[in-house]
Design a protein around this ligand. Structure first.
Ligand SMILES: [Zn+2]
Length: 183
């Protein structure tokens, strides 16, 4: 089935954007180009103008959101989201961006909020709905010590430990080497 035009406003699409932005913002100091690329890949329309101030604020927001992924269990994630909702978001409202998109909920103060306020608010909203809907943590940190990526847990299977198959394979090989140092 083809994706509906509104799909980029869905909870899952927003949560995927959140994880991708955390991963590009929270590691090496990000550049405007790499962040704009991730925003474009997740449906933001050009022009995407990011100042140094925007980048610094976006990075601060990413570090706050990363704590939700690092939290212990669903209760820990909910506690952290409650703190972010109390301190960093506006009131729940609906926006259609003057008819340019389907109606969808916003937690930022207005449609022209700065990038970081929009990122934090839209991410809190999506992660909150995921906790509500699934009663599980919305995601986690990769268990590989050489990786700092967050990943979403949208499936219904057992909790995922690694962000990617690549990390899982690398850690399996390393564990095998530790167990069999002679080979
Ligand atoms: Zn990883």
């Amino acid at each position: 089935m083809a994706a509906a035009p509104s799909s980029r406003h869905s909870v899952a699409a927003t949560a995927h954007r959140t994880a991708a932005l955390i991963n590009v913002l929270a590691g090496e100091p990000p550049t405007a180009g790499t962040v704009a690329k991730v925003l474009r890949e997740h449906g933001e329309a050009d022009p995407i103008d990011l100042t140094e101030h925007d980048l610094a604020q976006l990075r601060a927001a990413a570090l706050l959101l990363r704590e939700v992924f690092a939290a212990e269990g669903v209760d820990g994630a909910a506690d952290l989201l409650n703190r972010l909702l109390a301190e960093h978001t506006g009131r729940l409202r609906l926006s259609s961006h003057q008819g340019r998109s389907p109606w969808h909920p916003h937690l930022d103060t207005d449609d022209d909020a700065p990038w970081a306020a929009w990122f934090l608010a839209s991410s809190c909203l999506a992660l909150t709905v995921l906790v509500w809907d699934r009663q599980r943590p919305p995601g986690g940190l990769c268990a590989s010590p050489s990786c700092h990526q967050v990943h979403l847990a949208l499936g219904s299977g057992p909790t995922r430990r690694y962000c990617s198959r690549r990390c899982a394979t690398r850690e399996r090989v390393a564990a095998h080497r530790r167990a069999h140092p002679q080979t």
